[in-house]
Design a protein around this ligand. Sequence first.
Ligand code: K1U
Ligand code: ZN
Length: 170
Amino acid sequence: MALLPILCYPDPRLHTVAKPVQAVDARVKKLIGEMLETMYDADGIGLAATQVDVHERLVVIDVSAGRNTPLVLINPEITWASDEKQVNDEGCLSVPGIYDGVERSSAIKVTALDGEGQSRVIEAEGMLAVCIQHEMDHLLGKVFVEYLSPLKRNRIKTKMLKARRDTERA
Ligand code: K1U
Ligand code: ZN
């Protein structure tokens, strides 16, 4: 297995809208393995295919304390979202070092295929609901900083571009 490079905001490829996965075949299973390895290596609780420059509707998640309960969602669709909303602090492996509050539905129901291509219905609340909504935004080309004010977003963009320049110079 290989670690995959993660795109960093404001990379324009993060705004690509992902297409449905056509078949859960050997290529997709290999990608799932590599995305899980990449997510665990980066200490993330989720990763969307968009973030590794693959524009297909696939996300991996693990919000368990033991980091041993991976969840694979292929072609996920939200079928119900609670009217009740909650603000939670979010981070993103594509925007390292930035955490801020985002308002999202407190509970959701999602249909998806799992890593074996089997249909699943997931009822989520708490951190799992937050993470699924964050990852599904990635598949629509949306990064969580787009929920923040233009002032905050521009400051973050400037900080990320400076960090990239500093890394390139080092
Ligand atoms: O999509 C990603 O880049 C992964 C992201 C998922 C996420 C974290 C927090 C709220 C919503 C979605 C991360 O894993 S960021 C790093 C992280 O482990 C983390 C950050 C804040 C709270 C909890 C975990
Ligand atoms: Zn993210």
